[in-house]
Design a protein around this ligand. Structure first.
Ligand code: NDP
Length: 250
């Protein structure tokens, strides 16, 4: 119960890595606000956690909107009393080779991942600075290192690493740490959609990945949630500005 009496806010928390993270933080004692673009799905996820005995609220929020992000953070603090941990899992992909990538798809991906992470971190740090403590965990990707067909996503995910390093320098004096978790290939709706777009089954894509992965399997959302929980806990209190790749490989 490393997170007893802590309050966490997880964007993109209704599905995939965000949902696994919300459940993990609750299992470690935290109360959690599950935010997602679809408020009903967020509320369903929160209701399931409450049924299991955890403390959770669901919040509808599009992370590309400053107004909605500020409302999300204000509601979390009002209903759960404070905000100790921010995890930014909201995301989507719009893959295409550069010569076919539309400006709309570039903007949507940059706005969702990079601007969204900035807006959420900015709103959260305002409370955390007053509390003189906080944990911010941003989600990047191995695609930050470059991935064919993902110019928009790759740029956003590498931008998130620069954002986190800079925030760690600015916020450390308030006992706020800022770290990044960068997953590899994780079994979620996002990667299911990628397989469908490639015209192969998810199983075929998973087997192909596992064949070249040192741990010989794809990742599960829970693998990523464990790394996020570490950064959220006191075990990581002197760790900041770091990027941890969770990819089953160096
Ligand atoms: P999921 O699609 O399972 O979950 C992402 C959630 O974010 C969805 O519920 C989605 O809603 C929501 N969302 C999308 N846009 C917004 C928005 N503007 N505001 C709020 N919520 C939004 O994806 P994953 O769990 O796989 O991804 C979580 C994070 O991990 C993302 O940042 C992703 O880039 C990153 N990641 C994932 C990897 C993987 O292999 N799965 C690998 C590396 C990084 P909706 O479904 O309605 O669009």
């Amino acid at each position: 119960m490393r997170l007893q009496d802590r309050v966490a806010l997880v964007t993109g928390g209704a599905r995939g890595i965000g949902l696994a993270t919300a459940k993990r933080l609750v299992a470690e004692g935290a109360a959690v606000a599950i935010a997602d673009i679809d408020g009903d799905v967020a509320e369903d996820a929160a209701a399931a956690i409450r049924q299991g005995g955890g403390r959770a609220i669901g919040v509808g929020c599009d992370v590309t909107s400053r107004q909605q992000v500020e409302q999300m953070v204000a509601r979390t603090a009002a209903e759960l009393s404070r905000l100790d941990i921010l995890v930014t899992c909201a995301g989507l992909i719009r893959d295409n080779l550069v010569h076919k990538m539309s400006e709309e798809d570039w903007d949507l991906v940059i706005d969702t991942h990079l601007k969204g992470s900035f807006l959420c971190a900015q709103a959260a740090q305002a409370l955390m600075v007053k509390q003189r403590s906080g944990r911010i965990i941003l989600i990047s990707s191995t695609s930050a290192l470059g991935n064919r067909g993902q110019a928009n996503y790759s740029a956003a995910k590498m931008g998130i690493q620069g954002l986190a390093r800079t925030l760690s320098l600015e916020l450390g004096r308030y006992d706020i740490t800022v770290n990044v978790v960068a997953p590899g290939f994780i079994a979620t709706r996002m990667t299911e959609a990628t397989a469908a777009r490639m015209g192969i089954t998810f199983e075929q894509m998973s087997e192909g990945f596992a064949a070249t992965n040192p741990i010989a399997r794809i990742g599960e959302p829970e693998d990523v949630a464990g790394a996020i929980a570490f950064f959220a806990s006191d075990d990581a209190s002197y760790v900041t500005g770091q990027v941890l790749y969770v990819r089953g490989a160096p």
